[in-house]
Design a binder for this molecule. Sequence first.
Ligand code: SF4
Length: 293
Amino acid sequence: MLPPPEPGNRPKDSVMAAGPQFNEPLENPALSLIMDELEAGEAAVELDDKEPQEVLAWAIDRFGKELAICCSFQADGCALIDMAHKIDPNIRVFTIDTGRMPQETHALIDKYRQRYGIKVEIFMPDTDVVQQMVTKHGNNLFYKDVNLRLLCCQVRKVLPLRRALMNYGAWVTGLRRDQWATRSNIRKIEIDHDHGGIVKLAPLADWTETEVWDYIRANGVPYNALYDKGYQSIGCAPCTRAVGEGQDGRAGRWWWETGAPKECGMHCAIETGGFEHELAALLGDDDGGHTKP
Ligand code: SF4
């Protein structure tokens, strides 16, 4: 199995933007050899009716230390950590700390470190880029305009994720098909062409929210305290709020926006033509990331 890049070789966001443009798929030929499209397609068919624990056991066996769970410490990711930890106590877990997460999420991460004895690998946004962004647009730029919200998500989430994934050959997500229209067709395993051709897994793809919570309660899995205050989907503190009974779970994310996708760009590329030039300028790529060198 191929080793991941040395931590010291991890590029900064601005350097990554100078290599492949920030909005172009990464190319990582070494890691892309970990699985090809044919094998991934066959595995997707084979795993589609398997329980999440079976998918995780298969992935742990297939990818070993190349595998990591990407967890934002929402209910889905918490259930996955518990399942995976029962299979392999050394399972790797990483998170993107945007710098705007609720205190409840930080408290939960500490709880996981203690209860499971895992080292949560934390990736943060590039300080220089955040500094430029908030100096120019303010700390709460996301309330002003959808494109500024997407700019903030790119800087605080999408670019750090791209950098994080340079360290792994396969990543596990908590995505479910019933979460949002853009997620209705996700496979339990696929090649992630946006991130260098590594493998992306969604063991909970065909589970419902109810099944996730049944698992959490049956197994005493620690969960974010905000769920007990009416939250159903938890992201950054200023962009998430509780929702009413019967409302869609993601209605509490970016609730002030109308007609915009309830996505940040981590799991599906977003292009509006509105934030790309601003992001390119912040990264020192003044052509907007649209022309190749
Ligand atoms: Fe920024 Fe809000 Fe996106 Fe977090 S969710 S990265 S604070 S816009």
